[in-house]
Design a protein around this ligand. Structure first.
Ligand code: ZN
Length: 460
């Protein structure tokens, strides 16, 4: 642990499509690297056909599961960071999740190499056989990399545990796939990896935040559909290889896997993997789902188009109010300068906002309030006006806000913050919980929207 990863520590069992760059399920930085990376896949794969480092670190009997070895490369990664990643992997239970999802276990040690900065990331990628140009661009904008059974995690691109839970589970999914399947199309490989990355993320993230992240990723694809830019799944690999990727294909791949899970069950992925181990991908897909990839793609695309044309049906917010909060809750719908006030009462309550901006709640209504926040298209606010001004950080606390964005009919939580006398945005938080009031669920009122059905696959 902690030492240099020698150039000879190469991938185990590298077969076929062996490397991957992950750009995370949250960020907007994925696209550029995907364009530049995939084209050099073969080079990296060839370079990796080298010696291996099996059996170095067997602290557990083999039958307890495959080993994951965590190392640091370069300077500035303290041993506490290695421990942190190990603990996080255990907390998320990534290995077990992946095994249960794919139905096959890793049979060689996976090596996770942590790097602290772009220079070390680049050096490590080059030692793994990535070309100088690719190593340079990857080190700038990818948040994870897998070659065979070796995963490189740039810590600086994954600042939170939620990011790490996602990228670790994503990349280890590729490792498991690499160890079992020689020939897998990019969309299946990435779709499964993104699905599992989200699954790992979900294990530790606030549920409203997770649902919001999922919906925002889906919105990206719906916007691609609306602008008529969507390319078929079957064509994605060629397009990527020729540098033609115009949006983040991984998100489309993810939704396709979600669609399969929603329609055929999560266990169908294990069946697909089993077929992929011994058959070509088209045959494997047909044997699993009883239809061709192109027929499936047509249905999937149709569902996305249908979803892209659905207009907002409003949403219901579940809100938990602690007895410590005394005051009003004011809901300011999108495009409105006036909010609807309700008296807060402890307990779990529901607020309903219709597409036209009507607000209802199972709380005593208390008239309207002119908001300091101007009417905003696509954004609504849930504001807390305490009965008495408290003091925070030596200043008078005026109120607090929770911001909700609406796009493609989907409601997503963005930020919460407090407003102090001399600080309009104090203590901003990505968790929907402020002054003892929390949004505990957001239900979009669009039961027939296919995208919501697809996203539900992450709950399967
Ligand atoms: Zn990936």
């Amino acid at each position: 642990m902690g030492g240099l990863l020698a150039a000879s520590v190469m991938a185990l069992g590298v077969i076929g499509q062996a490397w991957d760059d992950s750009h995370g399920a949250l960020g907007a930085h994925r696209q550029a690297a995907s364009v530049s990376n995939r084209g050099k896949q073969e080079k990296a794969s060839l370079a990796s056909m080298s010696s291996q480092a099996e059996g170095i670190h067997f602290s557990l009997p083999f039958f307890f599961g495959p080993q994951v070895k965590i190392e640091a490369f370069g300077s500035g990664v303290p041993s506490s960071e290695i421990t942190h990643v190990q603990n996080l992997l255990n907390r998320v239970n990534s290995i077990q999740r992946i095994r249960e999802f794919l139905g096959v276990r890793m049979n060689h040690t996976a090596t996770i190499v942590l790097v602290k900065n772009a220079a070390d990331y680049q050096t490590e990628l080059r030692q793994l056989g990535v070309s100088a140009g690719d190593a340079s661009s990857l080190s700038e904008d990818s948040n994870g990399f897998t070659l065979g059974s070796t995963v490189v995690i740039p810590l600086f691109q994954n600042p939170t545990d939620v990011d790490l839970a996602n990228v670790l589970t994503h990349e280890l999914t590729h490792v498991d796939i690499n160890q079992h399947i020689a020939n897998i199309p990019s969309w299946m490989n990435e779709g499964m990896a993104v699905y599992m990355g989200m699954n790992g993320q979900k294990a530790i993230e606030n549920p409203v935040d997770f649902a919001s992240d999922e919906k925002q990723d889906a919105e990206d694809i719906l916007q691609v559909v609306q602008s008529n830019q969507l390319v078929p799944l079957t064509g994605s690999e060629a397009a990527i290889l020729s540098g033609q990727e115009t949006y983040d294909y991984e998100l489309q791949d993810w939704l396709a896997v979600c669609y399969l899970i929603e329609h055929y069950g999560k266990s169908s992925i294990q069946t697909l993997v089993r077929h992929l181990e011994s058959e070509n991908p088209n045959q494997a897909f047909y044997d699993t789902y009883g239809e061709t990839v192109s027929a499936f793609n047509a249905q999937f695309t149709k569902a996305l188009k249908q979803s892209a044309s659905v207009s907002s049906g409003g949403a219901q917010l579940e809100i938990s109010i602690s007895p410590s909060y005394r005051g009003e809750i004011v809901v300011q719908p999108a495009n409105q300068a006036v909010g609807r006030a309700f008296k807060a009462e402890p307990g779990t309550h529901h607020l309903t906002v219709t597409a036209s901006g009507q607000v209802q709640a199972d709380l005593p209504p208390d008239g309207t309030r002119k908001s300091a926040i101007p009417a905003t298209p696509g954004t609504m606010y849930v504001s807390l006006l305490p009965q008495r001004f408290g003091t925070v950080a030596g200043q008078r606390l005026l109120d607090a806000q929770m911001e909700i964005q609406i796009q493609n009919g989907l409601y997503t939580f963005e930020n919460a913050w407090e407003e102090l006398e001399n600080n309009p945005m104090y203590n901003p938080s990505s968790v929907p919980d402020v002054l003892g009031v929390a949004i505990t669920a957001i239900h979009d009122e669009a039961p027939d929207d296919p995208i919501l059905t697809m996203l539900n696959a992450e709950n399967a």
